[in-house]
Design a protein. Sequence first.
Length: 523
Amino acid sequence: MTDKSKQDRVLIFDTTLRDGEQSPGATMTHSEKLEIAEMLDTMGVDIIEAGFPIASEGDFKAVSEIARRSKDAQICGLARAKYGDIDRAYEAVKHAARPRIHTFIGTSPLHRAIPNLNMDEMATVIHDTVSHARNLCDNIQWSPMDATRTEDDYLCRVIEIAIKAGATTINIPDTVGYTAPRESAQIIKMLLERVPGADEIIFATHCHNDLGMATANSLAAVDAGARQIECTINGLGERAGNTALEEVVMALKVRNDIMPYQTGVDATKIMNISRRVAAVSGFAVQYNKAIVGKNAFAHESGIHQDGMLKNAETFEIMRPEHVGLTETNLVMGKHSGRAALRSKLSDLGFELSDNQLKDVFVRFKELADRKKEIFEDDLIALMRASDATEQSDRIAVKSLRVVCGTDGPQEAALTLTIDGKDVSTTATGDGPVDATFNAVKALFEHRARLQLYQVHAVTEGTDAQATVSVRMEEDGKIATGQSADTDTVVASAKAYVNALNRLLVRREKSAPNEDVKTATYKS
Ligand code: KIV
Ligand code: ZN
């Protein structure tokens, strides 16, 4: 057995709040971002990429506040290869005890063509922008975007320039998830062998999951000498997402015999943060997702169950409690008190202030009046629905009555509170949900198109709560909304309104966030 204290440390760089949030529809509110950042810091993540400060006023404020509140984690802000971006990123992260600027430019032939820079011109831009960043901050990460499709010679050349200009971490993004594990290792090995000064900086790996190889590629890069993994909770991120934090952390733990590296992450905090990220991003975790999926530790088949009872190791390579999954599924009911609710919610990762608890307790009692037994999943759905409603929301559902059945037309009588004023209407539609959505549209006109409408039963039984997810699109901007209720139509109305509220927040975001992959260098 190797002495673990002597094993190489691999830094965990979490980009849930930047690359993860960039995923269409995953917009988080300001307070949600602060909460996720705090959880990441507490669980021992080394670097938190908190956002892209030039993208919008909202991003800037979130990164600044996360920086101010940070404890041990380094706080990083993203910037294109532009002085204005870099200055703005520094303005936001400078409040952290350990600030970092991450600047990038696309170096592959396809990406060089966008700003129409030849190799020499781009090399100059890299030198100038990295030097500019280093004059502001001594912790600089530089990324050649689409590195894995950049010519080897040019990659070595620009990395050498970035190191000489002051970069302390060089990140190798597999931007389109194109690499395979052997290649991922070869690139790092080649860079360590060929680039002067490579031994003085840290190489990072940043993989996307388009071919389902992000985790394998990240681990292969570490084996070849990378010492920072960039990842997101639940693998959230554009398209097929980024490397999942929980997968690399647990792989390094469970297979420490063949991958003798340590991270600083407390794995027992994984389940809670996974649930929170799923709730606030509106991206549910697939049931069979490694480590954090609902079925990741479920054993249905008789043979498996029998084996598990005799010796858990027959079919389990890690214990559920290692990732913070508690086995109790304590059932609560209408006689449960506030203290029991607080304790149960705390087990599930929801730490509430007294005021928040007061609000949630009222909703819990309302639910308990309608539903005999309240399971953990009900509480998670209840919290998700509470999260969905923010004080700053412009629109709220006040009341809803629907007429449905075999003889149409189905009809919805709806009252919304919009900017503090109650407005009511009645609308018909093809079914009660359609009628309700038509009523929302009549009361709050918008051009947004419904892209997805999904209903899940939270638990079993006819009194189960329904969780409804809605995804809407307006001028290329996407927002998701969620809600839960024992009445599916009420949950639908609230989810729709929740998505609308998020879309209104999203409208305030300006172009650079969408532009990130086609960023050009102009000043
Ligand atoms: O995938 C990517 O290339 C990125 C860069 C901005 C680092 O996210
Ligand atoms: Zn990325």
